[in-house]
Every structure is written in structure tokens, then in C-alpha cells.
Write a protein that binds this ligand. Structure first.
Ligand code: 0X9
Ligand code: ZN
Length: 328
């Protein structure tokens, strides 16, 4: 756990990812999830613990550059899933294939270390503007720029000139599309506010097609299909999973998370990853975490909270996916 007592640079995290592949060649497989404006690779890795494929859980971190607790917590979770000897964590780890992409916005993350600690967006120049970058969580091609996004390049929630104007979101979407039939769940990690939310983000309206998307998914995973095929009503399912998750999370250190539909729980926002993953890919289970804290330190969360954050979120995931199985 020595690695999680301070925040790390992009280079350090990339080096840690490639070292995992060398250290655990049977369990860890690196992949290129995308490219960036400044010509970096967006690295990811897949964890799998057996020969036969399991339902996939995709973990997104670091789409907003200044939210340092996101990549820190995401890498902590990956390390625990690989190395923990706790029975509940081992059961969770080995029941799924895990796709981790800890830093969706590497250019922005590097910029927060070198120039501006509070930078949020990508680093692409914008025509006819002094301002740089697009909010990568407003740039996805589902209900793009319909609510809670700005057409103004200097805004922190700038949607871009068009959906997928950013090479990061475009290439990440291509990667996600290529693995979509293997994915059961998608979890995005942000900070801060202590919230656990589910789609949609662009509207307060209800989710559709849940039953259908679960059925389609489990045609290829019929061995575990009995667990999930009866998750009949999407919104109720994610509510039940959320409730279990936040209860378990609070048990460790008393940290309180609220949960609900994203649009209702904080605000309307369109072009977010979670809406694209639900609306275009049709994944059954999609969540977004807003990690610690509630504004006392905000984005400048002290590094001694990385391990507690990682521990409480791991507890929440154990309960969340136990609830998914129980509902089946
Ligand atoms: O605004 C965002 O992109 C997310 N919050 S953050 O403070 N990390 O920037 C929230 C996106 C989830 N969608 C909605 N809240 N509607
Ligand atoms: Zn964010």
C-alpha cells in the first residue's frame, strides 16, 4: 500500500501499469484505449483470473484532470483486486473480467502537475479563442450539447465544436465499442461531492430497455445468466444496488454518500460518458461516483485520504455486485 500514500504523475502511473503486466503476465494484459491531442497513449489494462471469460466491468478514471483522487482510487482498487486475500474481494475479483483505464485525460492530468493544479479539460486549442480544451465529459455522441453544457470555449463545461471533436473521446469510444459485447457494467470515478449516481444525466426521465439489454448481454454468458436475467426494472435495480453500496461504504469510516439519478442528484449534464455507455452501448449497469470530500478540501484532497477512499469504495463494490447477484 506504500504506493497510495501520495499522488503520482502520469509517467509514474503509466510505469506502474506496465510493471503490472510484467509482474502478473497471466492475469494482466495491457491495452491502448485511445490517443490524446498531445500525442500520448491512453493506457488501460485488463485483469482476469481464469481461462474462461467472465462478464466485464469497465472502470473509468481521470476524465477531469484536477480530480486526482479518481486515478488514485481507481489504481488502488485494481491493486486490491489483484492482490487482496480478503475472501469477499477475491470473490468479486474472480467473478468478473476487469477493464481499467485510470486516466482518460492524460494531457490534462500532466498539465495539472506541471502548470495548473485545477485544470479540468483536454488540452486542444480552440479556433478563434484564447481558451484551451474541451470538457471531455460533455463531448460524447449521445444527446450531445442538449443540457448542462456550454458552447463557449472558455467555459469549464465546454461541449466542443461537435460530438467527439476530441481525439480522446473519439478513440476511447472506439475502444469501448470494440469490447461492448464483453461488458456488463461501467463505473466512472470523479470527485468531489460523495455521490453515487446512474443514468441518465441529460434528462431526469426514466431509463428504457433495461430488460432487453440484460437479456442480450447474457446470451453470451448463459452460465451466469440466471443471476441477472431477472433484474427487471432498470431504475429500481440501480437504486437497490446504490443503497447497498452506500450503506457498505459508510460502514468503514462513516463517510456518507447520497445516491440517485445523475440529473436529479446534482444537475443536468449532457454528453457524459455514462449517458453514451447507457444510450449507445446499452450496458445493463452504469454508475458514476463522485468521491471524497464534500468541499472542505475539494479537488485538493490530502493524500492521506487515498487509502481510506480506496477501502470504502472497495467495500461499496463488494456490496453493489452482491446485490446484483442477489436480485437475480
Ligand atoms: O459535471 C460533471 O461532469 C460531473 N461532476 S464533476 O464535478 N466531477 O465535474 C457529473 C456528471 C454526471 N452527470 C450529472 N450530474 N448530470
Ligand atoms: Zn469530474
Amino acid at each position: 500500500k506504500e504506493g497510495w500514500t501520495s499522488y503520482h504523475t502520469l509517467e509514474q502511473i503509466n510505469e506502474w501499469m506496465s510493471s503490472l503486466g510484467r509482474q502478473y503476465p497471466e492475469k494482466v494484459e495491457s491495452f491502448e484505449a485511445g490517443r490524446t491531442y498531445e500525442n500520448r497513449t491512453i493506457w488501460g489494462f485488463k485483469l482476469s483470473f481464469g481461462a474462461r471469460p467472465r462478464p466485464g466491468i469497465f472502470i473509468e478514471g481521470g476524465i477531469h484532470a484536477c480530480e486526482w483522487i479518481s486515478p488514485a482510487t481507481v489504481t488502488y482498487l485494481a491493486n486490491e483486486l489483484l492482490t487482496s486475500e480478503d475472501a469477499a474481494v477475491r470473490h468479486l475479483a474472480e467473478s468478473y473480467d476487469w477493464y481499467f483505464v485510470p486516466i482518460f485525460n492524460p494531457d490534462g492530468y500532466a498539465y495539472t502537475h506541471e502548470h495548473d493544479r485545477l485544470w479540468r479539460k483536454t488540452r486542444s486549442p480552440q479556433a478563434n479563442s484564447k481558451c484551451t480544451g474541451v470538457d471531455a465529459n460533455r463531448n460524447w455522441d449521445y444527446k450531445w450539447n442538449v443540457s448542462g453544457a456550454s458552447p463557449e470555449p472558455c467555459s469549464g463545461i465546454y461541449a466542443g465544436t461537435r460530438a467527439f471533436s476530441e481525439i480522446e473521446t473519439l478513440t476511447l469510444s472506439e475502444y469501448l465499442y470494440s469490447v461492448k459485447d464483453k461488458l456488463f457494467a461501467y463505473l466512472a470515478f470523479h470527485s468531489y461531492s460523495q455521490l453515487l449516481m446512474y443514468p441518465y444525466s441529460y434528462t431526469t426521465g426514466n431509463l428504457e430497455n433495461f430488460e432487453e439489454s440484460v437479456r442480450k448481454f447474457f446470451i453470451s454468458y448463459h452460465r451466469v445468466s440466471c443471476l441477472f436475467i431477472n433484474l427487471s426494472f432498470y431504475d429500481l435495480t440501480q437504486r437497490a444496488m446504490s443503497r447497498r453500496a452506500v450503506e457498505a461504504l459508510a460502514q468503514r469510516y462513516g463517510t456518507q454518500f447520497e445516491f440517485g439519478n445523475a440529473a436529479e442528484t446534482i444537475y443536468l449534464a449532457s454528453g457524459c460518458t455514462i449517458d453514451w455507455v447507457k444510450g449507445v452501448l446499452g450496458l445493463p449497469i452504469v454508475f458514476i461516483y463522485e468521491l471524497r470530500d464534500q468541499g472542505n478540501y475539494g479537488f485538493l484532497l490530502p493524500a492521506d485520504q487515498i487509502i481510506p477512499s480506496g477501502q470504502e469504495v472497495m467495500d461499496s463494490l463488494v456490496a453493489m455486485f452482491d446485490e446484483a447477484a442477489r436480485l437475480g
